[in-house]
Design a protein around this ligand. Structure first.
Ligand SMILES: NC(=O)c1ccc[n+]([C@@H]2O[C@H](COP(=O)([O-])OP(=O)(O)OC[C@H]3O[C@@H](n4cnc5c(N)ncnc54)[C@H](O)[C@@H]3O)[C@@H](O)[C@H]2O)c1
Length: 317
């Protein structure tokens, strides 16, 4: 059986995707690739763990050779707000890191999963029902690296036959690892603060609608796309996928239904507000639905109920 490497495995998505892949393929067959952040004991002790800096091509190649890796889930990246604070580093990690992974995949015949993002769109993109194939002129370093990454993955498939696949994730909501500095982090923080303090100060304005997804659906998307019959994929990379779209006041109303004393006020962060305003209100994900059967399980009420249940137990413990 071919083995799997997850880069960025200690991050918000990687920390849960790695465990899901270990359940599916067997713990010894899934290598967690971390860097500086310490892994949780569960991640470190449930299977192989290696330090893999994706900007070091030799480090990536040596882990791929050591474990005879067949598929790389390349999650190492700098997220939108962090990338705006350090654009040079974001270029290095998001572009040179991806290039290294694709080159190693080419040499060692690996399949690659690479998440793009709603950040790959910009102000000139149609914001309602954003089509799969549309204008992409982002004005953030994160967005620039995500569009370039989508194109690079398509290029490596067409030119070298590297089986690179990917989705455009919306904001991911989860309860295991905190988000890594994105524009949609408020939709995670709101749950922690509702339970801890009964109130939350939101950094985006009322009315700022964005696509979102609960982590179980994000994991399902990654696994289902990599399992899909490649012959049926017309796009392969950068599939729009979404599960819900809401503005801050809409998630706040849902939280209040579950935590009646909850209140929210606003202190807008101009950097993240500007980023959010350049992203879609909601995407059309029909290409993913048609080409590989994408279908999310969680809408806003189902996600909010599960988040409050899980986090209430976690924060009480
Ligand atoms: N979380 C979201 O809401 C979201 C939304 C859209 C797209 N995505 C994409 O999904 C992927 C994973 O995102 P995430 O939310 O888990 O991010 P994260 O920031 O939580 O995790 C990324 C990990 O990469 C690591 N990393 C940074 N530089 C590295 C390097 N040089 N080598 C190896 N590792 C390095 C970080 O330490 C971190 O643990 C990214 O490509 C991101 O752009 C995430």
């Amino acid at each position: 059986m071919e083995r799997v490497l997850v880069t960025g495995a200690v991050g918000q998505i990687g920390s849960e995707l790695t465990l899901a892949l270990r359940d599916k393929y067997g713990a010894d067959n899934v290598v967690a690739g971390g860097r500086k952040t310490k892994p949780s004991p569960q991640l470190r002790d449930s299977g192989p763990f290696e330090v893999v800096d994706c900007t070091d091509v030799d480090a990536v190649a040596s882990v791929v050779k050591k474990y005879k890796i067949g598929t790389i889930h390349h999650l190492a990246a700098l997220l939108s707000a962090v990338a705006e604070a350090n654009p040079q580093l974001a270029w290095n990690v998001n572009i040179n890191g991806l290039y290294n992974v694709l080159e190693v995949a080419r040499e060692h015949n690996c399949a690659v999963f690479v998440p793009s993002s709603i950040g790959a769109f910009g102000l000139s993109t149609p914001q309602d029902g954003t089509p799969q194939d549309t204008i992409q002129r982002p004005n953030t370093m994160y967005g620039v690296t995500k569009v370039a990454g989508e194109l690079l993955c398509d290029y490596y498939f067409k030119r070298f036959g590297v089986d690179a696949r990917g989705v455009r994730y919306p904001g991911i909501i989860s309860n295991v690892t905190l988000p890594g500095g994105g524009t949609t982090d408020y939709a995670v923080e709101i749950f922690y603060e509702a339970i801890r303090q009964g109130k939350y100060t939101c950094f985006l304005k009322q009315g700022t609608k964005l696509d979102m997804m609960y982590m179980p659906d994000a994991i399902k998307a990654a696994i289902d796309l990599m399992d899909a019959d490649g012959k049926k994929l017309k796009h392969r990379n950068a599939f729009n996928v979404t599960a819900m779209s809401f503005a801050p006041e809409e998630i706040a109303a849902e939280v209040k239904r579950l935590v009646p004393e909850f209140t929210m006020d606003y202190q807008v962060d101009p950097v993240r507000q500007a980023i959010a305003e350049s992203w879609p209100n909601y995407m059309d994900d029909s290409a993913a639905r048609e080409e590989w059967g994408w279908r999310p399980d969680y809408d806003l009420p189902a996600m909010a109920k599960d988040m409050i249940e899980v986090l209430s137990k976690k924060l009480a413990a």
